[in-house]
Design a protein around this ligand. Structure first.
Ligand code: FES
Length: 143
């Protein structure tokens, strides 16, 4: 199974200037996500409300692992969220916490990218792809 993700505009692409009426007609509000890679580089990408973080990363061809296809059981989509964002993100479920306990090197900022859905409160969210979840093979698929 391969997850369907819409094509996202790049952060540098021109945006509509149609005003409030045009914004109201758009089905999704374009949000931003800042992603830090294991090597230390960071980039800001567009994000769409309603997509899970793992889907957004994959849509931007950022090779995060997702061996169970986003079912929340493999713990290979390990990311870290800075402490100053912890109050905005939804709390981890007991199942997610159990999976996080299985990851060597997980810490209190660790989360599973497939368990967090993007929303307006997360506009500007920062995250780091954990080194153990960064797929060297960019052809790894969801599912
Ligand atoms: S993709 Fe398997 S737990 Fe997130």
């Amino acid at each position: 199974m391969t997850a369907h993700v819409p094509v996202l505009r790049s952060a540098s692409a021109p945006h509509s200037t149609g005003g409030a009426a045009a914004a109201a007609a758009e089905p999704h509000q374009m949000l931003k996500l800042t992603v830090r890679l294991p090597g230390g580089d960071a980039l800001t990408v567009d994000a769409i409300e309603g997509l899970r973080l793992v889907e957004l990363l994959r849509a931007h061809e950022l090779p995060v692992k997702a061996e169970c296809g986003g079912a929340g059981v493999c713990a290979t989509c390990h990311i870290r969220i800075p402490h100053h964002w912890q109050d905005q993100i939804p709390e981890a479920s007991d199942e997610e916490l159990a999976r996080l306990d299985e990851i060597p090197g997980a810490c209190d900022s660790s989360r599973l990218a497939c368990q967090i859905e993007m929303n307006r409160d997360l506009d500007g969210l920062e995250l780091e792809i954990a080194a153990d979840s960064y797929a060297a093979d960019k052809h790894t698929t969801i599912g």
